[in-house]
Ligand binder design. Structure first.
Ligand code: A2P
Length: 328
């Protein structure tokens, strides 16, 4: 059955990837609306060989729309998601605006699809770094339990949208360019700091990981770093399991997980890099080691394309799952 779909933020990095995914995944689209700010109204974008004109987002944009994929920033989501929901349009929102709202499911389809049943028309797509982490944690939690998770992230600048990509490119092309903010080129940066001493990204990962895994019992620690690379996020993850298992068993748990590719080290020693993950919808896990000096403790290296599984793919998978579950 065809569904009428709107993309809010269709001209942005994630919006354009969402459109690509609708095409790649052969989703049967009835009417397609491409929405953005007034600045982009009238621009044209191709979809399945046809040209579509971008429209300005207004309160009337959701008339007849079954599913709206939002990726236009938190302020736009706060204002327009409730308007769409009132119209009985299913909103799948990539911003952080609704993630911790108790009335909004926060969903990674491989991890907690059942949460979709309780939707009130707004479903939140988690933070990019949280998505790839929980895809790796879920099979471990289900098989051997999780005591604690310590994670450091290495995140590309495309997570900051087109303006982040433009800033890095400009700084690399003109070594002396500065807009007065901290440089990202040839540097390592943190996300904005919050009063508790964590960055906003670290706070999001704490809260979202618990909400998606459905437990407050796992102890977590996060350090999130922004790197001067254009695409892909990597994570160094240390997990302490409840049950002791061998390295072989841990590798077997990861090899059989959904949405995840376990990368075994071969004769030429290979591990997943952010470039390997580019354009892929999977989460890659490699460098799996059992710690010698800590009990039940494993190290993992988790890599994914932040614009795909970390944003657009997960949102489109939520839409597909809702269609499959008869919720749209
Ligand atoms: P526009 O291109 O017209 O500014 P990115 O995350 O890559 O920066 O993309 C942000 C997306 O959100 C763009 O499509 C942008 O449209 C859209 N957007 C930003 N502000 C608004 C707004 N107030 N109303 C509608 N769309 C918006």
């Amino acid at each position: 059955m065809a569904h009428n779909i709107a993309i809010v933020g269709a001209t942005g990095l994630v919006g354009r990837t969402m459109l690509k995914l609708l095409e790649e995944r052969n989703i049967v689209v009835g009417n397609l609306k491409l929405l953005a700010s007034s600045k982009s109204a009238g621009a044209t974008i191709m979809f399945k060989g046809d040209e579509y004109v971008v429209e300005e987002l207004t309160e009337d944009s959701f008339e007849g729309v079954d599913i709206a994929l939002f990726s236009a920033g938190g302020d736009t989501s706060k204002k327009y998601a409730p308007i769409a929901a009132k119209n009985k349009t299913i909103v799948i929102d990539n911003s952080s605006a609704w993630r911790m709202d108790k009335n909004c499911p926060l969903v990674v389809p491989e991890v907690n699809p059942e949460a979709l049943k309780d939707h009130n028309y707004i479903i939140a797509n988690p933070n990019c770094s949280t998505i790839q982490l929980v895809v790796a944690l879920k099979p471990i939690m289900d098989s051997v339990g999780l005591e604690s998770v310590i994670c450091s992230t290495y995140q590309s600048i495309s997570g900051a949208g087109q303006k982040g990509v433009d800033k890095l490119t400009q700084e690399i092309n003109d070594h002396f360019y500065s807009d007065g903010s901290l440089r990202i080129a040839y540097n390592t940066l943190f996300h904005p700091l919050e009063p508790n001493g964590n960055t906003n990204e670290e706070n999001k990962m704490h809260a979202e990981t618990r909400k998606i895994l459905g437990t407050n019992e796992i102890k977590t620690s996060f350090t999130c770093v922004r790197l001067p690379i254009l695409g892909g996020h990597a994570e160094s993850v240390q997990v302490k399991t409840k049950k002791d298992v061998s390295l072989k068993e841990m590798k077997s748990i990861l090899s059989n997980a959904e949405g995840l590719e376990f990368v075994e080290e071969g004769p030429n020693f290979h591990y997943p890099t952010t470039q390997d993950a580019e354009h892929s919808d999977l989460v890659y896990v490699g460098r799996v080691r059992k710690e010698e000096h800590f009990d039940n403790t494993f190290d993992l290296w988790v890599v994914a394309d932040n614009l795909r599984k970390g944003a657009a793919t997960n949102a489109v998978q939520i839409a597909q799952k809702m269609i499959e579950m008869g919720l749209v």
